[in-house]
Ligand binder design. Structure first.
Ligand code: FES
Length: 134
């Protein structure tokens, strides 16, 4: 399922997508997915911090830290590896954001999840929206 033209997502910019996740074993559920470009590659994770079950951008309209090296939850500042979604902050160290398969194909950003239905695409946020660790 195509999200938008790949060129619309600049380095370290992000967008969010409301989706329905369907499964043969569980009831369908809705989720918000954060999609971003990091070092040229596109990644996507369910936008749900495992610490206190908040979206990464719940307090500030940003998903990166000030240096734009790490993903950062704006609620309490926990940080995550962009490439893996693994949390490296002590309380949740080793736990990971739920990855969503996404690729660039024929100039488009495309979800490759069989049981995912796109509901709404929220346009990309600029890369300048990083926040500090304070
Ligand atoms: S809810 Fe994300 S760091 Fe606390």
């Amino acid at each position: 399922m195509q999200i938008l033209p790949a060129e619309a997502l600049a380095e370290k910019a992000f967008l969010t997508v409301d989706v329905r996740l369907n499964s043969t074993s569980t009831r369908s559920s809705q989720a918000n997915v954060v999609v971003f470009r990091y070092l040229g590659r596109v990644y996507a994770y369910v936008n749900h911090c495992m610490h206190m079950h908040k979206p990464l951008n719940c307090q500030q309209d940003a998903i990166f830290d000030a240096e734009r090296r790490w993903l950062r939850c704006s609620m309490h500042g926990f940080i995550f590896e962009p490439e893996t979604g693994v949390c490296i902050s002590p309380v949740c160290e080793g736990q990971a954001l739920q990855a969503i398969k996404v690729i660039e194909q024929d100039g488009m950003i495309v979800f490759k999840e069989k049981y995912l239905q796109i509901l709404t695409v929220n346009l990309p946020k600029p890369a300048v929206s990083g926040v500090s660790h304070d």
